[in-house]
Design a protein around this ligand. Structure first.
Ligand code: TRP
Length: 335
């Protein structure tokens, strides 16, 4: 260990706020598995962030466990990645509070996600929703993460994390590593099947726009059959003018490993019906082992418990080291 070069560290989180989508699988999780050799990877289920919007407790519990199982089924080996639940590592709440005191009202007010979410949840604009970015900063800074894989919608949160870390370091010296957002080169950007100008999202108003990775094959096939295309009846990659067809091609390219040229040739002279059926089937086949493996793990709760307990223990060791430094810097008495 000692003479091994220190690997760069990655931390990311996904909220267990809904079922995992094909978009988050192809755009993110699928690529995470490949990072484990090169980086020291921490993946967190951000359940504390999830309660900034009211949840049904039993659903949150079920989704958290399902998401953990799905991560593993997607290839995140718990021996090679630290998989843990945010609320199991108290240092997140503890550093979150400290960072609240180094985060300004004005900067939190400018966060676009806060503005969006308060418009959507006008009856529950709680303080947690407002200070969400300082908790997220704590998530990242506790692990001294170098890189934070996130989607475009979270870049502003990584920016404010850097601002908070720089502010803190400016006062107390080099306590925190300044993280960079990391947008993996490979990831596909999967669009909604029914409004392909928008990203595929679990908050899509049209349930047919979004495919979930654990969905039943017949539902997946139906959604692809209904996918929006255009009136040209020609399978050709042109995201500008043919966003629906291009999105389906993009998905098919990932599931089959074929190039756009090869796909165009494969469907030359065919109608969209054949094409959409083929894409749907390729997705079903790609997801089948993931769904089966997830179901198998969900029937073995003891195994999953072992994974998240071990993950929390490893995570806490790193997190508590950072928290200890911070407590000392701000002037708390050592216990
Ligand atoms: N806010 C992120 C999202 O909604 C989830 C998240 C919480 C996160 N903590 C994080 C992502 C730390 C990256 C790093 O997608």
């Amino acid at each position: 260990m000692e003479n091994e070069v220190q690997k760069k560290r990655i931390l990311s989180g996904i909220q267990p706020s809904g079922d995992l989508t094909l978009g988050s699988y192809l755009g993110a999780i699928k690529n995470w598995a490949a990072l484990a050799d090169e980086y020291d990877c921490y993946y967190m289920l951000a359940d504390m962030h999830t309660i900034t919007v009211r949840q049904v407790p039993a659903d949150l519990r079920r989704r958290t466990l399902t998401q953990l199982a799905a991560y593993i089924a997607c290839g995140l080996d718990p021996e090679k990645n630290v998989l843990f639940v945010q609320s199991h590592v108290p240092a997140h709440a503890q550093l979150g509070w400290v960072l609240d005191c180094y985060t300004m009202f004005g900067e939190l007010s400018r966060m676009t996600q806060f503005k969006d979410k308060s418009a959507k949840n006008a009856d529950n604009i709680n303080a947690g929703l407002f200070t969400y970015p300082s908790l997220m900063a704590a998530d990242i800074l506790l692990y001294q993460a170098d890189l934070v894989p996130v989607g475009g919608d979270q870049k502003q949160h990584v920016e404010i994390c850097r601002d908070i870390a720089n502010r803190f370091n400016g006062i107390y010296g080099d306590v925190f590593k300044i993280p960079e957002p990391y947008i993996p080169k490979m990831g596909a950007r999967v669009m909604s099947l029914t409004s392909p100008e928008n990203k595929m999202s679990k908050s899509d108003k049209d349930p047919n726009g979004c495919v979930y990775i654990l969905e039943r094959p017949e539902d997946i096939l139906r959604k692809f059959r209904k996918a929006v295309t255009d009136s040209e009846a020609c399978v050709r990659y042109d995201p500008e003018n043919k966003p629906g067809v291009s999105n389906l091609m993009q998905i098919y390219a990932v599931t089959t490993g074929r190039s756009f040229d090869a796909i165009e040739q494969e469907f030359a002279g065919h109608g969209y019906g054949d094409f959409k059926a083929a894409v749907g089937e390729s997705v079903v086949e790609m997801l089948r082992p993931i769904r089966e493996e997830t179901e198998r793990m969900l029937s073995d709760k003891a195994y999953l418990q072992g994974v998240y307990r071990a993950g929390a223990e490893k995570a806490a060791r790193v997190a508590n080291r950072t928290l200890g430094k911070v407590y000392k810097k701000v002037g708390f008495i050592d216990r």
